[in-house]
Design a protein around this ligand. Structure first.
Ligand code: NCD
Length: 422
């Protein structure tokens, strides 16, 4: 039945089918597509391309002891200003999320500060209370460090096997950071690429795929080469930095481009685009570090780059340039990650989550001084991008023409949370 009044009506929305219609929203969900009803607020969308809000399933919101780098407020403001309406936080916090109490404290911190939807993953290390965190609402398990990275030690194959069988028994999703690390600390970006080679990443992905129990749901984080995508048994994620950046674009000792897995050479970067159709998810691996930390000598500078705000804008510029389809961007940034995680879909059918971002036609250039992340820099400075002008979170206008209007820190618990309550 049609609601008599709605919270918000989005007028003249271009639907993926090409049809234009009004989207009637009440209580944070789509009630009806078609004839308008009376509403508290209406928004004319005729000059925009409408995307379902992105679900960025790989972010490091920092906060707590690392609030100098980022916190839930600035990190989620950055997300919303980039068309991301749900973020999934990784558990390599300080301390790592290994108990239900730590997980609950993290969720509480997010509820206090976040301006968009969020979920929190559980840390996968020996001794972690995986079942307790599943019941406390962890979204997924990991990123599981099959190689060392910032604030996470690599796990050996036997340890991984044991932890995977626990996750399997819990019916969970295991998310994996798979790499192979060889040789001394790198002094340049090219060294970094050799130390954590693309071939080694593909071997690590194959090794993890082989040792995981049959039936365990695996998700491979931030794969950086076409060969790694081919080696994966499970869903695959790539980042905007591996799609848009190569180490050849930077001075060899530029620590801001230091990230795990490393940026590759131009040929490998193009090879990654050649597998675009095989990529399930694009996620940012938003991993901010301060410029002070990045000013350390290359050998000891932290790995990780910010990117939650620039992810969809970079992809939208590629759409405008005719390099990829809008449908593929919707699929990889919103619908696939939501389906993998079991988060209700944002979209254009009655009952869908009413999260959207509205993009103008014009392409602009990325200017880090206009971004909202606390670290204040971006490796994508000057890149072509299309930023959203309006963002709707749970049926209300969260962001309009550069201003934040309302905050919507909805927590999305993992599926184990609900089953443990039945
Ligand atoms: C991440 C971080 O800084 O937390 N760094 C990175 O280089 N990707 C950790 C990670 O995702 O491996």
């Amino acid at each position: 039945m049609l609601p008599v009044t709605a919270d918000l009506v989005l007028r003249n929305v271009a639907l993926p089918t090409g049809r234009r219609a009004d989207v009637v929203i009440a209580g944070g969900i789509v009630r009806h597509i078609g004839a308008p009803v009376r509403a508290d607020e209406t928004l004319d969308c005729s000059r925009y391309t409408c995307l379902p809000g992105a679900v960025d399933m790989h972010v490091h919101m920092r906060g707590g002891a690392q609030a100098e780098k980022e916190d839930w407020r600035t990190g989620t403001m950055s997300a919303v200003a980039g068309g991301v309406t749900v973020v999934v936080d990784q558990p390599n916090t300080v301390p790592p999320l290994t108990t239900p109490a730590l997980l609950r404290a993290r969720i509480y911190e997010a509820e206090e500060q976040a301006v968009c939807g969020f979920a929190v993953n559980a840390s996968v290390v020996p001794g972690a209370d995986l079942a307790g965190m599943r019941d406390a609402g962890a979204m997924a398990f990991g990123e599981t460090f099959a190689a060392p990275s910032s604030y996470g030690e690599g796990l050996d194959p036997e340890t991984l096997r044991g932890l995977f069988s626990c996750i399997h028994a819990l019916g969970g999703l295991a998310t994996i950071h798979a790499e192979e690390v060889r040789g001394p600390a790198p002094a340049t970006l090219a060294d970094h690429d050799r130390t954590r080679s693309g071939a080694g990443e593909a071997r690590a992905v194959r090794g993890v795929s082989d040792l995981a129990p049959e039936g365990l749901r695996l998700h491979f984080c931030h794969l950086s080469t076409a060969a790694s995508i081919g080696a994966a048994r499970g869903t695959v994620e790539v980042t905007p930095h591996h799609l848009f950046l190569s180490y050849e674009m930077f001075e060899d000792d530029d620590t801001r481009a230091r990230v795990n897995p490393p940026l590759r050479d131009e040929e490998t970067r193009r090879g990654l685009w050649s597998r675009w159709d095989a990529i399930d998810v694009v996620a940012s691996d938003h991993a901010p570090h301060t410029l002070r930390e990045k000013a350390l000598p290359f050998e000891i500078a932290p790995s990780g780059i910010p990117g939650v705000e620039t992810m969809v804008p970079l992809l939208m510029a590629a759409v405008r340039e005719g390099r990829i389809t809008l449908a593929s961007v919707i699929e990889k940034t919103s619908w696939r990650p939501a389906a993998i995680l079991g988060i209700p879909r944002a979209g254009f059918e009655p009952g869908d989550r009413a999260d959207y971002a509205f993009y103008p036609d014009e392409i602009t250039r990325i200017d880090a001084s206009c971004l909202h992340a606390k670290c204040g820099w971006s490796p994508f400075e000057g890149f072509a991008a299309v930023f959203p002008e309006e963002v709707i979170v749970r049926g209300t206008r969260a962001y309009a023409q550069g201003d934040f209007r309302e905050t919507h820190p909805a927590w999305y618990p993992g599926q184990g949370y609900l089953s443990s309550k039945n």
